[in-house]
Write a protein of this length. Sequence first.
Length: 467
Amino acid sequence: MKNPLAPAWLEEHDLNELDLKIWPRTAKRNAAGEIEIGSVGARELIRRHGSPLYVVDQEDFESRLMHTKRAFSDAAQRQGTSAKLYYASKALLTADVVRWVGQAGLSIDVSTGGELAVALAAGMPGERIGLHGNNKSLVEIGRAVSASVAAIVIDSEMEIERIASVATAQGKIQAVRLRVNSGVHAHTHEYLATAREDQKFGIALSDVPDLVAKIRSHSNLRFLGLHSHIGSQIFVVDGFVAAAERLLDVHAELLKTGDVPELNLGGGFGISYTNADRPMPIAEMAERICAAVAAKCKALGIPVPKLAFEPGRTIAGPAGVTLYTVGTIKDVVVSDQGAGAVRKYVSVDGGMSDNARPALYEAEYSASIASRTSNATAALSRVVGKHCESGDIVVRHEYLPSDIAANDLLAVPATGAYCFSLSSNYNFLTRPGVVAVKGGVTKVLVRAETEQDLLARDLGLSESMRD
Ligand SMILES: Cc1ncc(COP(=O)(O)O)c(C=O)c1O
């Protein structure tokens, strides 16, 4: 009899198998039954770098960079245009990640001065950086202009003057895009097209002509085109097509009064977090978007613009796995849910501070014991962290072997995007390190925090207590 607490989408599955739809490409179980990534075993990783630990399959990350770039470039080429890819660094940003992005020939999208600083410090040329943000400071704009970034995305009317004044002061001409709120909001498998969305990003389509005229009136701003980002973790193409068509109607109007060389359709392409997720493969997504753009341009009688995209999650997400050590375990009987309503609560040594997505977005994940295989029966489980919050959930619904025990290592796949980036020190937990594994070699990308790091910033402690 199915446990009444199990959601309909959760299928019973082989608890030792690693479904490559969710796990990084080099993940496998070795002869001892332990999970290896990049030919390095989970136990060895934890022994050397501590627990919990973010592990990035470098080969997987690099191949996703190449695959995504090729998918969009080929699709654009088939429609007689080109596609420039900006990796959305908010998904996962470290100096080595910037280098991988650079080596794969992609540009990078940053949305704060901090992200810009990392990209520049790691050697990404300004000409391959795009700057976003709805509230860029003059200092951030100044740094971007002096680095000659490829584009600054204008998010409000106020920013036109701000960027123009900084460019004037520096004696430069700055390329800009205008972020438009297309009224299309997409999430996973659905999208809504509303008259005007109630959210902070972008400007209304109806305001575009006036604002573009303003941009064009500044001799030190160069207008590249419109920008749209409709949401995240999107499984179907319809929302992208609807947004592109809405933008192209305005784009065609703007062509009557000047150049509009590009169109940037943002990121948001979905990935599988559980085996119930079925996102459209990225190559098909690219093909369908580029074809829809070309068809709309043909209908409008305008040339197909150069395209730009900003994928983050689809590159970084599936390449990452978080390793935890299991601590306390308890079976909770939920008496008002009928016979057999029991959930195994498996506590790990991290939680919402290393993965905020379940608490923020009710995101689902999956998990597997990493240090061994098991032939025990499946127990409906919930993986929880060690924070003082009942919403501190890492994996809401998963079957785990009923013999799971303290000190087992647990691996949670698809944590490469928006986990390290969103990590915090809540409850004064130290943030885990980030390591890359490839061909049996481990490289520490970001070292794990120590308690000393936490104490060092508290000036209420004497210096001797702080170090
Ligand atoms: C403007 C913009 N571009 C790109 C992205 C990347 O989205 P994803 O990682 O879902 O591809 C985001 C994410 O929030 C964004 O806000």
